[in-house]
Design a protein around this ligand. Structure first.
Ligand SMILES: NC(=O)c1ccc[n+]([C@@H]2O[C@H](COP(=O)([O-])OP(=O)(O)OC[C@H]3O[C@@H](n4cnc5c(N)ncnc54)[C@H](O)[C@@H]3O)[C@@H](O)[C@H]2O)c1
Length: 292
């Protein structure tokens, strides 16, 4: 019988005779979703909605935090969670949404930032006029400052809960950036700046929050099929399909748009894997954006 330590870990040991090997893997994640509460912003639609559904299916009580009351209430009702009208830029509304999670009686362990808006305008337009400054500030305000606002208030609430495991882990925060935060295209100056800021926050946030046992990771989606693309092509379904097929062309594999449920699956994996921290993860089928 041979015992081999893999990478020095006592948890992963391979043992066996001449022709027979058994792999014994022992791992129980500290960050168990069942019986906890979570807040998901932008959860009335798209990636946030898919995430809320995945977390609820795993047993979490989810606060659906969004500015869209009608769709948000529908999602919350369908998953046994609660809706909180929340503009992520508003301190009081975010505090109330976080309080709704805490008052469920289940410890707040998860905050997922999905609220966001798109915007396209060149730095200097074809007519020579400069980019609108208030539009730039609005995109930064919702996508970047809003993400920070939720991160800081949720983390403060997580700090007051008992640790979930022997490591002292209390919670996980997942932010949504974009591949455009790394390689923004022409006309994406405001959007890319907002998403690049989220990437920049990831390591210092994880370092700051290590003292309270909160991990922070950021996902950079490529092109995921959500309502964000619905208005494109003037609502014409045929033109819309052609547009989406063109978007999919540079995707390496699989050559299709990503699905929101696949994003939700990644969020759950990052929450449940206790060693994932301070990381920025591309989620994009291998696409690399071209200048246009
Ligand atoms: N879909 C993609 O291909 C893709 C790619 C990269 C990044 N992203 C990012 O993922 C996030 C989710 O995008 P999506 O595709 O699900 O879009 P979506 O439009 O389907 O959903 C966004 C949600 O955010 C909400 N929202 C907007 N402003 C808000 C505010 N101030 N406060 C609270 N909620 C607000 C909207 O009401 C909506 O429900 C966004 O941050 C987006 O930039 C999406």
């Amino acid at each position: 019988m041979a015992h081999i330590l893999v990478c020095g870990s006592p948890l992963l040991a391979v043992s066996g005779g001449r022709n027979r090997f058994q792999v014994a893997v022992s791992y129980a994640p500290g960050m168990e979703l069942n019986g906890t509460s979570a807040i998901v912003t932008g959860a009335a639609s798209g990636l946030g909605e898919a995430t809320a559904r995945v977390l609820a299916a795993a047993g979490a009580f989810v606060v659906v935090a969004d500015v869209n009351d009608e769709a948000g209430k529908e999602v919350a009702e369908s998953i046994g969670g609660t809706f909180a009208h929340t503009d992520v830029t508003d301190e009081n509304q975010v505090s109330e949404a976080v309080a709704a999670a805490v008052s469920s009686g289940k410890p707040l362990r998860v905050a997922v930032n999905c609220a966001g808006i798109g915007f396209a305008s060149r730095t200097v337009g074809r007519d020579g006029s400069p980019h609108d400054l208030s539009a730039f500030s609005r995109v930064i305000g919702i996508n970047l400052t809003g993400t920070f606002n939720v991160l800081r208030i949720a983390a403060s609430a997580m700090a007051k809960a008992q640790p979930a495991d022997a490591d002292g882990q209390r919670g996980v925060i997942i932010n949504t950036s974009s591949v455009a935060g790394i390689e923004g295209q022409t006309g994406q100056i405001a959007y890319s700046a907002s998403k690049g800021g989220i990437i920049g926050m990831t390591v210092p946030a994880a370092r700051d929050l290590s003292v309270i046992g909160v991990r922070v990771n950021t996902i950079c989606p490529g092109i995921i099929e959500t309502p964000i693309y619905k208005s494109i092509a003037g609502g014409d379904p045929e033109a819309g399909r052609a547009f989406l097929a063109k978007l999919a062309e540079p995707i390496v594999f699989p050559r299709r748009l990503g699905q929101p449920a696949e994003f939700g699956h990644l969020v759950k994996s990052l929450i449940e894997n206790d060693y994932m921290n301070a990381e920025v993860i591309r989620f994009d089928g291998g696409i690399r954006f071209q200048p246009k």
